[in-house]
Design a protein around this ligand. Structure first.
Ligand code: SF4
Length: 789
């Protein structure tokens, strides 16, 4: 049966009580005129349009995708699919990049692979010979497969020898990784989605799950609509669908997360809601945490956050009186100036209450993208593969042996480079070769005018591999057409460590090739070899790459050695670590209270959360964690830019339900595009009245860096806050024309949630703003003037 997930976003409720299994419900969509009998084959895989990773099957007829349906037996979605999963795949069959392009006399012209790769290799080789590996940088994505990330990690770190590798995961999930490393020693999600089925309280910190992972919200709704539902606490400056269901909604000023978190921790300690036995046995740092939060009372935080102290107390009381709490944390916390400190405080709440490693008690530091986790674990970003510590010579030696290269080739003399710094080096020209794969920084990075200058300048040769022409390809020197999703085979891992295998369903269009094939071709043409002159990497196929990755993960926290393509095909999603001892995977981490803080295991020796300065091995050893979690925080500081007389409002960016990232796929899906076709900005009703703005009026939003124009939606955002979706490009509409160049000192995740702006009405619009009415963007008042429910 066809499902409608545009107006009926979360579908029919299937309520269930705590501890009972989440019922199945299979969602399906086939193109008009296609019935089930017309489908020639169903190919297994998972949705690649958010970090949920819902299991699905792709319907194929005449060599083309004609539909999808959820996999009922998959542990992530039990058959459900949201709007993007159900309709987004259609975008892969439209307007694709089908031939390589090279720049000639300022214009991109079509060419063949030999010419395009010849130009890439010529420039790469010349720079490598004259300036060495630090002239090279690779900026990737959260949407490639493990096989692709690991292949590029070996090329970049074992072949070229550059530390300049990062992903756009820096924008979405770097804080999750950083907070796990600071608190638990290594990256890796402690909790499981099944914790939602058991919990008695849900805390969502800066996480509009109803739009960003709609199937996960359906799972939560099915608990909320059953008897004895969990209590729900939501921290978000907008009245989202989550906030509407909350027991306590904390619409804090954007930029004040850490003040709220320090107050919640204060309350747990002050009220004695602490599992002292767990804290004494399994943590270090309690005295410092207590001292740092002694003055951070709810009254103190209320002033900063702009919410009543009694609401902060009520939220703390729910945490303190529940025995099974699930906390989630997402971009509202991550894309801010004290992101790691705030996310660590979420970890601390659970450590103080001893709520980890058992059903219903878990943390989900969300990822933004479907395979962000893989970029982190495979070492394609600023980390070594398998959560290895670049400061640990033993870890570096392990990799050198795996790759049969000299350890000195592997960059470990300084911290790996984050994307903010990579773009700075490209701006200066010390990085003269930048390869961008599967991402569109000309829309997604902050302060876009600067990013355009960097990418279009002569100081850096830019290669882009992508499935479409984008704002970024238009600035490149060479563009390589890439295969997408069901056009190739590979694995990816979702936010709760669930690994899925996507099997190739259809051929890529034209001359497009899988990213792994492109990377291997580059390595072969560059003549990259190991110590014995064998080709590096040593593999050519995705399955060979997966086996190589399994070997790299062996014995590390993200151990994949018990997985195989065959097993993933049969079962669907399986959670790592999966070994011969745990062949069905591992539902939760830290079930015995043993953390990865042993100095031989840890991924990092940690940082000062205020400054980002590395703690260093000696100090790390001195704190004696050695298997115990580390309770860390720092003092609240105001954001980089606060409202003032010239720019009196707080600007924040975010996502909308119907689009994914810079809309390369979702704008080409008719259902999704029609649901949110063009840019808008959201303001509160009091601000609209003060500024004489009506629904749909064209407004100009101006910051110190640029300005945009768009129709205004008068929504339930907090007074004094202007919200804009960041999906839409265009120099006079893209939200990131306004954002600041600034980042969290530890995770280096950019600040997207606070910029000071001014707002001005330009003219009357042509009807209501093109914003959804079904989501947090719903108008305060419908067009007939009555109050919106
Ligand atoms: S929730 Fe995410 S993974 Fe699941 S169908 Fe929607 S976009 Fe795809």
């Amino acid at each position: 049966m066809q499902s409608d997930r545009i107006s009926d976003i979360w579908g029919t409720r299937t309520p269930h009580t705590a501890g009972s299994p989440w019922p199945k419900r299979v969602d399906q969509f086939l193109l008009d005129g296609i019935g089930e009998a017309d489908v020639e084959k169903w190919v297994r895989g998972a949705c690649l349009l958010c970090s949920n990773g819902c299991g699905l099957e792709v319907a194929v007829r005449d060599g083309r995708m004609v539909g999808v349906r959820g996999r009922a037996e998959d542990r992530i979605n039990h058959g459900r699919l949201g709007p993007k999963g159900l309709y987004g795949w259609q975008g892969e069959q439209r307007d694709r990049l089908t031939t390589p392009l090279i720049r000639e006399e300022g214009r991109l012209i079509e060419t063949d692979w030999d010419t395009a790769m010849g130009r890439v290799v010529e420039r790469s080789r010349a720079l490598l010979d004259t300036k060495g590996p630090l002239s090279h940088a690779f900026y990737t994505s959260g949407q490639l497969t493990i096989e692709e990330y690991y292949t590029l990690a070996v090329i970049g770190k074992g072949g070229i020898g550059t530390p300049h590798m990062d992903g756009n995961t820096r924008l979405c999930t770097a804080t999750a990784a950083a907070a796990f490393q600071e608190s638990f020693g290594t990256d890796g999600q402690p909790g499981s989605y099944t914790d939602i089925d058991h919990c008695d309280a849900l805390f969502l910190f800066g996480h509009n799950v109803a739009e960003t992972q709609s199937v996960l919200w359906a799972r939560m709704l099915d608990r909320l609509d059953a008897t004895e539902p969990p209590r729900l606490v939501c921290a978000d400056p907008r009245r989202t669908k989550v906030a509407e269901r909350a027991t306590v909604h904390l619409p804090i000023r954007n930029g004040t997360n850490l003040a709220l978190m320090n107050a919640l921790v204060h309350e747990l300690i002050a009220k004695g809601w602490v599992d002292t036995n767990y804290v004494d046995t399994h943590t270090v740092g309690f005295d410092q945490l207590d001292q740092r939060t002694r003055e951070t009372t709810p009254e103190w935080a209320a002033e900063i956050c702009g919410v009543p102290a009694r609401d902060i107390e009520a939220a703390a009381e729910i945490f303190g009186s529940s025995s099974r709490v699930v906390s989630t944390c997402s971009m509202g916390f991550y894309q801010s100036h004290q992101a790691t400190a705030a996310a660590c405080q979420v970890n601390n709440l659970h450590l103080l209450r001893g709520m980890l490693g058992r059903p219903g008690a878990g943390i989900l530091q969300m990822n933004g993208q479907p395979s962000a986790q893989n970029n982190r674990e495979a070492g394609c970003g600023p980390a070594l593969p398998g959560f290895r510590n670049w400061e640990n010579p033993h870890h570096v030696r392990e990799l050198a042996e795996l790759w049969n290269v000299d350890p000195i080739v592997i960059p470990h003399w300084a911290a790996p480079t984050d994307s903010n710094t990579i773009f700075r080096y490209a701006e200066q020209g010390s990085v003269g070769f930048l390869w961008i794969a599967a991402t569109n920084p000309a829309v997604s990075m902050p302060d876009l005018a600067r990013i355009r200058r960097i990418l279009s300048g002569d100081q850096c040769f830019v290669v882009v591999s992508d499935g479409y022409r984008t704002e970024t390809t238009e600035l490149a020197d060479v563009v390589l057409p890439a295969a997408l999703w069901a056009e190739k085979t590979g694995t990816f891992t979702n936010v709760d460590r669930t690994v899925h295998l996507q099997e190739k369903a259809v051929e890529p269009p034209g001359q497009a090739r899988g990213d792994m094939e492109i990377f291997v071709d580059y390595a072969r043409l560059m003549g990259l070899t190991d110590k014995e002159n064998h080709p590096l990497p040593s593999w050519d196929t995705p399955k060979q790459a997966f086996e190589a990755w399994k070997a790299a993960s062996a014995g590390r926290p993200c151990d994949y050695t018990g997985l195989s393509y065959e097993k993933l095909h049969e079962v669907g999603g399986i959670q790592w670590p999966c070994t011969s001892a745990t062949p069905d995977g591992s539902e939760r981490l830290y079930t015995n209270g043993q953390f990865n803080t042993n100095p031989d295991i840890c991924e990092s020796y940690g940082h000062d959360l205020a400054t980002g300065a590395p703690v260093g091995q000696d100090t790390y050893l001195a704190q004696g964690a050695d298997g115990r979690a580390i309770l860390k925080t720092t003092a609240y500081e105001p954001p980089f830019e606060e409202p003032d007389a010239a720019y009196p409002l707080r600007f924040t960016t975010g996502r909308t339900l119907y689009h994914w990232h810079t809309r390369t796929k979702t704008s080409r899906s008719p259902q999704l595009n029609d649901a949110a076709p063009s840019m808008w900005v959201e303001i509160s009703e009091p601000d609209a009245q003060r500024l004489g703005i009506s629904e749909g009026d064209i407004v100009r939003v101006t910051s110190r860096r640029g300005s945009i124009q768009a129709p205004a939606r008068i929504s339930h955002t907090r007074e004094g806050v202007v919200f804009a979706p960041w999906h839409y490009g265009g120099t006079d509409t893209a939200a990131n024309e306004l954002t600041v160049t600034g980042w969290d000192p530890v995770s280096k995740q950019p600040e997207f949630k606070v910029a000071a702006v001014a707002l001005q009405r330009i003219s009357a619009g042509h009807g209501p703003a093109p914003a959804p009415t079904t989501t947090a963007s719903a108008p305060v008042r419908p067009l007939d003037g009555t109050a919106q429910k």
